[in-house]
Design a protein around this ligand. Structure first.
Ligand SMILES: *[C@@H]1O[C@H](CO)[C@@H](O)[C@H](O)[C@H]1NC(C)=O
Ligand SMILES: *[C@@H]1O[C@H](CO)[C@@H](O)[C@H](O)[C@H]1NC(C)=O
Ligand SMILES: *[C@@H]1O[C@H](CO)[C@@H](O)[C@H](O)[C@H]1NC(C)=O
Length: 490
């Protein structure tokens, strides 16, 4: 029965006629219509309503989070990069022959792996029991970030990128004849669901064509921009998810610098403006972003990029998480730092309002679209290893439609809060973390100096004069003896 193919959602419509026994004319006709509507990328006609996503998974570490993801029962899973840690690193060393940090560092901490090493790491990731179980139930698609691209923080200059592209596409079971294997970079788009309930997923490649970080150059490169413009301006879909390995909305570097900087679209202001403008000019509705990379989860929102709020749901990482990177007693310090880092874009959901609304333990993203609700709703959450939500947003699909909002409406709705950029914060607030950091260090240094001074002056007072005299005499004798020895030696 060819029509039964329609309920088999994981099939894309590359239907081989040999699979149909004696198809009825009607079924063939319907099939043909759907194939025509599906477009070149292929579309599955099962209604898609549950999507999970994640990033930053260390293939060598235990990955218990797959249980929670499988329990969520997604129809689709999206990898947002650092799907494996493919590159190698020298140990963290301040002193010694190979120094990887500090102003005196003489060796880069990260270096590329061989193809063989990368392949083994992908195999390990793919054979993970939890992930294998998910793969049997859900379709898996994805893009990359720096560590599976092959080198920490690398961009277009990285010479191993074509090998890495082949390895990623092998890991994702991309067909050998897929055009994605022939283009420069791993960007791709997918269309799921029947007319009226369509979900488009656009996977960006933020590595292959990326200029150096301080250049304010390009992230996507011209060929990918042309493609993206066609995708965004192309046929409508009820929901459009743009997946970027690095954060689009939140520009944390503006408030964590000069202590540390993170990669994000915010570091390429011209490129980010171009993205907002493209979405705004296209009048496309239902667009939001998902991202990974930063080793904690958060939801950001920007209200002045186009004519409806732009959300960016960051889920990071599946194993790599900031609070796990430090010894357990220090996890508390990480949490305080997160809480003190100002952000103009972060969404303070009711569920985390009294925490920082950043989540520094392993997490994944969960999207649920309620197509049957009237009006239709969508819920996007960051969930923990138990599958419990730690932050989330829940809105009507109709809220992501272009409409003119006047300033009064915006202020009433609290929109104002998500319109100002981090760099426009008053300096005392913007550099709060830096003041605290350098302030703490200065206080510590001053306190140590004071303590040393007090100890010395007290000991001067209490040590009897004659002992000081003896010490002094000893020193004089000793040094004269050395002088004699030295002169003799010469
Ligand atoms: C991945 O996990 C292994 C085993 O726990 C550990 O040795 C390695 O340093 C981890 N890699 C990263 C990038 O965290
Ligand atoms: C993001 O922050 C960086 C670092 O402070 C700054 O150079 C950049 O201009 C900011 N980007 C935007 C769009 O505000
Ligand atoms: C978005 O486009 C509208 C016109 O359609 C324009 O009035 C508005 O200024 C644009 N917004 C931004 C942020 O570019």
């Amino acid at each position: 029965m060819p029509c039964s193919l329609f309920s088999d959602g994981t099939q894309t419509l590359l239907v081989s006629p040999t699979r149909m026994a004696v198809p009825s004319v009607w079924c063939l006709l319907v099939l043909q219509l759907v194939v025509m509507a599906a477009g070149p990328c292929g579309a599955s006609v099962r209604v898609i309503s549950r999507i999970a996503f994640g990033s930053c998974a260390n293939q060598s570490a235990p990955q218990p989070i797959w249980n929670a993801i499988t329990d969520f029962d997604p129809q689709l899973f999206i990898w947002l990069g650092d799907n494996i840690y493919g590159d190698n690193k020298h140990p963290f060393k301040l002193f010694g022959k190979e120094r990887t940090i500090g102003p005196w560092k003489n060796v880069e901490r990260f270096f590329p792996a061989t193809e063989q090493e990368m392949r083994q790491r992908y195999e390990m990731a793919k054979n993970n029991q939890g992930y294998s179980k998910l793969r049997q139930r859900a379709q898996v698609i994805g893009t990359w970030d720096d560590h599976d691209y092959g080198l920490n923080d690398a961009g277009k200059e990285f010479s191993g990128k074509d090998t890495s592209q082949r390895l990623l596409l092998d890991f994702l079971d991309e067909a050998q004849e897929s055009p994605r294997r022939k283009q420069a970079g791993v960007y791709a788009s997918y269309l799921f669901g029947p007319t009226g309930k369509q979900v488009k997923v656009i996977l960006l490649d933020t590595r292959y064509h990326r200029d150096p970080v301080f250049s304010d150059g390009t992230i996507l490169g011209e060929a990918q921009w042309k493609w993206l413009e066609a995708e965004i301006k192309g046929p409508e879909s009820e929901v459009t998810i743009i997946a970027s390995s690095i954060q689009v909305i939140s520009n944390l570097s503006a408030t964590t610098g000069p202590m540390f900087y993170m990669e994000s679209w915010g570091r390429f202001p011209k490129e980010r403006q171009r993205l907002y403008k493209l979405i705004n000019d296209s009048k496309r509705h239902g667009v939001f972003f998902i991202s990974g990379d930063i080793h904690f989860g958060e939801i950001s929102r920007y209200d002045c990029g186009c004519q409806y709020p732009l959300y960016d749901i960051t889920a990071s990482g599946l194993t790599q998480a900031v609070e796990k990177a430090v010894p357990p007693p220090l996890a508390f310090v990480v949490r305080v730092v997160a809480w003190l880092t100002p952000s103009t874009m972060r969404v303070f959901a009711p569920i985390c309002r009294y925490r920082s609304c950043t989540y520094g333990q392993p997490n994944f993203g969960a999207i649920e679209i309620d197509w049957d609700a009237v009006p239709q709703r969508i819920k996007v959450e960051v969930r923990d290893e138990n599958g419990d939500p730690v932050t989330g947003v829940d809105f009507l699909l109709s809220e992501l439609h272009p409409r003119s909002m006047n300033m009064a409406d915006r202020e009433k709705g609290g929109y104002q809060q998500h319109c100002s950029l981090e760099i426009d914060l008053p300096w005392i607030l913007r550099y709060r973390l830096a003041f605290l950091f350098f302030g703490t260090i200065s206080v510590f240094v001053a306190a140590s100096a004071l303590l040393a001074y007090i100890i010395i002056s007290i000991s001067m007072k209490f040590i009897p004069k004659n002992i000081l005299c003896i010490l002094h005499a000893d020193w004089t004798i000793l040094s004269s003896q050395y002088t004699v020895l030295y002169l003799q030696h010469k």
